[in-house]
Design a protein around this ligand. Sequence first.
Ligand SMILES: [Ca+2]
Ligand SMILES: [Ca+2]
Length: 307
Amino acid sequence: MKSRIRNPNSGFSLIEVVVLIVVVSLALPPIAILMYQTISDSAQSHMQAKALELAKGLMEEILSKEFEDQQEASGSFGTEEATRAAYDDVDDYDGLSEKPPRDSQGNIIDACSGFRAKIAVENVQPSSPGGSAAPDGTTQFKRVTTTIEWDGGEHSLKLVGLVTNHTGYTDGLTLLEGGVEGKNRENLRFHVHNDAGKEIYLTHLKATWAAPEAYYEKIKVEPEGAKGYDIWKKDDKSGIPRMGSGNVAMFVKRCVQVPASADIWIKIEKFKDLAEGKGKNVDMSGTDFTIELWGTPYKYQPFVVPP
Ligand SMILES: [Ca+2]
Ligand SMILES: [Ca+2]
């Protein structure tokens, strides 16, 4: 199969320029979610679906709040309000534990009496958003972990989101080139340029494609002139699963710092099927990917990597 990676000096094709003009003008609200854990028992599928719905609703509520309380000094942390309905910033939810779970107004959610919802909010360093927590109120990134438990805690599901107050750029990244590569055409690699005029921190990536059905196992970055490193990787032990089309991967190992005017290569590796055992390599040649990169502050950067 012919390689689709072009010479870095060959510039944009007309269609890439047109696509970029259309898609880069889009913007979205705060950084959203991410990792789905502990989904293993098919008999639990109904409870899992309900738990996931609950977790997403809670995360949506929390991530819609201010980064910190606007009535308090900068760096304030914890709950300032007496009631759930009055919560107005992300860390008001830290330590919340409800059984049954309640909605944003403090009302019990119907038909969810078998679940417990637990929230943890922690400041984290941009260099390790999946790592150890930093002291409260000391960084510009907060990790929100929503855990839904059922069957007395025997089963649980966890979503992790990242919120940032970091102010960096208003424009974004430009796709320079990209395509499928690898011995079995099982990897996607693309090249972006930071044209924001300022440093960017990338925190999440979503790859969407129509077919074939496949799951990838790793996201790797290669800054220009520097050694590459993994920013997201499947991990059977910790429960981080493979990612499919439309799933959002949070960069749990570290955020990706892209200096102003710098280029970076991003690789999505090991597209496989799940039909047998650990899966066989899937040839992704001819696949049209839409790549969405979240960075700071609260920005959404979709690209279409042409087949
Ligand atoms: Ca508050
Ligand atoms: Ca607060």
